[in-house]
Design a protein around this ligand. Structure first.
Ligand code: RTP
Ligand code: MG
Length: 140
């Protein structure tokens, strides 16, 4: 297994409820290292571009509105098999289907307000990290 990096976002429903530390503990306890982290307010244009792959989906406008409804925490997580590992720690997109002990099972409010984002493949991880972070901000 290779050491990978993945882009994580703690979403506005979670920052609003002050859950950043509890979510970070799940990542660290799960074997991932937070190698970069910053709290920002996304603009509408940034959220639309980030979720551009979903532009034609019926939930796109709601998703963009939700993602700019408050601050998010952008993170780069590093570890063995980090992309898949992170998605295991997050749990299924819909919290109703998420396994016990996962972030979404414990914290998500709905299929949309589901507390975290994680990249889904090596190519998207590299793109998403480069979208939000400069190389100098990544300290392994
Ligand atoms: P993410 O990209 O945020 O890590 O989540 P994911 O891969 O598990 O889910 P994806 O299919 O990529 O969807 C992106 C985000 O859109 C919202 N969503 N809403 N209302 C709906 O039916 C619906 N479906 C998806 C969620 O916030 C989801 O994480
Ligand atoms: Mg996704």
């Amino acid at each position: 297994m290779a050491v990978e990096r993945t882009l994580s976002i703690i979403k506005p429903d979670a920052t609003r409820r002050n859950l950043t530390g509890k979510i970070n503990a799940k990542f660290e306890d799960g074997g991932l290292r937070i190698v970069a982290q910053k709290r920002v307010q996304l603009s509408k244009a940034q959220a639309e571009q980030f979720y551009g792959v979903h532009r034609e989906r019926p939930f796109f406008n709601d998703l963009v509105s939700f993602m700019i409804s408050g601050p998010v925490v952008l993170q780069v997580l590093e570890g063995e098999n980090a992309i898949a590992r992170n998605r295991e720690i997050m749990g299924a997109t819909n919290p109703a289907n998420a396994a016990e002990g996962t972030i979404r099972k414990e914290f998500a409010e709905s299929i949309e307000a589901n507390s975290v984002h994680g990249s889904d493949a090596p190519e998207t991880a590299a793109q998403e990290i480069a979208f939000f972070f400069a190389g100098i901000e990544l300290v392994g």
